[in-house]
Design a protein around this ligand. Structure first.
Ligand code: PRP
Ligand code: URA
Length: 209
């Protein structure tokens, strides 16, 4: 069973509260989303393996540590996932970025795939799949399946707000993938929106309301 990590840092809680407020505009919403992505990325990368190297400081030779093994890939689910990429790239500038395009059918709420472009060596990388909203879990689950079809074996899923229904679906479909969220909300409403949530993340990021 995958683990759900709720990253309840005070800075993240404060920034998320501003994002939830319907009076917050796109500019602030975008900036805060990237700031939270960076803060969450710090936690998410905590278990990256290190290797010992020898370097020479201006004074003497010494042991030092550098990240070893698999490198990172960040994969946003379009559109809203794009809003978390820059924050993560600030932390790991050498990460490669793939894109998976999905939208929810307004009637069925089921995801429809329209785009997929991934780094050629994605199967050799630790992948962080990002999307601010985990609602029914259909989009995240389909994107994870797509990544596995491309050979990915080491994947983490990062979102901002999760509903219990979405967490249950991802855990059932992908028990090998840990979920990282800034908040676990109460439930979905009749339109499969997260409540209290923050509304439509893509619309709020890109001002398409
Ligand atoms: C939103 C969100 C997720 C999805 C979550 O995208 O960014 O991708 O819904 O819902 P789910 O867990 O029920 O699948 P949306 O379909 O609104 O597309 P957009 O990002 O292009 O606006
Ligand atoms: N997508 C969003 O952007 N928000 C929700 O609450 C659910 C799906």
């Amino acid at each position: 069973m995958s683990t759900l990590h709720v990253i309840d840092h005070p800075l993240i809680a404060h920034k998320l509260s501003i994002m939830r407020n319907k009076k917050t505009g796109s500019k602030d919403f975008r900036e805060l989303l990237n700031e939270i992505a960076m803060l969450m990325g710090y936690e998410l990368t905590r278990d990256l393996p290190l290797e010992e190297i020898t370097i020479e400081t201006p004074l003497q030779k010494t042991k030092a540590y550098t990240i070893s093994g698999k490198k990172l890939a960040i994969v946003p689910i379009l559109r809203a996932g794009i809003g978390m990429v820059d924050g993560l790239l600030d932390l790991v500038p050498v990460a490669k970025v793939g894109h998976i395009g999905l939208y929810r059918d307004p009637e069925t709420h089921l995801p429809v795939t329209y785009y997929c472009k991934l780094p050629a060596d994605i199967d050799q990388r630790i992948v962080i799949l990002v999307d601010p909203m985990l609602a029914t879990g259909g989009s995240a689950s389909d994107a994870l399946t797509k990544l596995k079809e491309h050979g990915c074996t080491h994947i983490k899923f990062m979102c901002l707000v999760a509903a219990p229904e979405g967490v249950a679906k991802v855990q059932a479909d992908h028990p090998d993938v840990d979920i990282f969220t800034a908040a676990l909300d109460e439930k979905l409403n009749d339109h499969a929106y997260i409540v209290p949530g923050l509304g439509d993340a893509g619309d709020r990021i890109f001002g398409t309301i």
